[in-house]
Design a protein around this ligand. Sequence first.
Ligand SMILES: O=C[C@H](O)COP(=O)(O)O
Length: 247
Amino acid sequence: MRTPIIAGNWKMHNNIEESLKLVRAIKSYDLAKNVEKVVCVPFTDLKSVKEEIKGTDIKLGAQNMHFEESGAYTGEISASMLKEIGVDYVIIGHSERREYFNETDETVNKKIKTAIKHNIKPILCVGETLEQREANEQKKIVKTQIEGALKDIETRDIEEIVVAYEPIWAIGTGKTASSIDAEDMIKFIRETINSLYGSLSQKVRIQYGGSVKPSNIVELMEKEEIDGALVGGASLKAEDFVKLVNF
Ligand SMILES: O=C[C@H](O)COP(=O)(O)O
């Protein structure tokens, strides 16, 4: 039985005061105990949010990190810096980073290895563009992304990784993949992991992401293969995020 995981990706929203207001509002609700909840906040807000969620079961996530331990990488943040603050999760390979910051399967793979080394759980994002879907290439694309990201990842570490399937055409557009299509791809991702790690694939949690909101969460979570959601827009409103957690 895999524990569902609902993660909010706040992207480049919220200064410290706004983040604290949001997280205070979230923790004021009764939150489902059997669902893991994560808030992935901007780097500058991590420390303050960490303080605010102390004593709750809300986990802290970052949205990116560098794969090197340290060095002359102006503007970058290392895994040990995140760990020092108490970060539990880090989003790796989000499509926005692949598109705007030249993230490749190779850098994604390096980042996953470094995150694991520092006991930070990676949320590995994969997904196809609209063009690729229209050309019916989505499975080929996602398979390449998964195999590239997991290259030489040790068997003992595979359970630590959460995969988020986010079709790019569904991100921030209001268009959600149908729950049937989402489950079909997630099943395919599990089969791909199975071909690399055997039955351990059953322990890997795979989320769906892309315009998830209170009105579609139940249908998505009813699907046996879907283990949670990576949520952008709806995670910025406490009431909506709580509805997702308490699906
Ligand atoms: O990381 C989250 C995804 O990019 C989904 O964003 P969205 O829920 O605003 O579509």
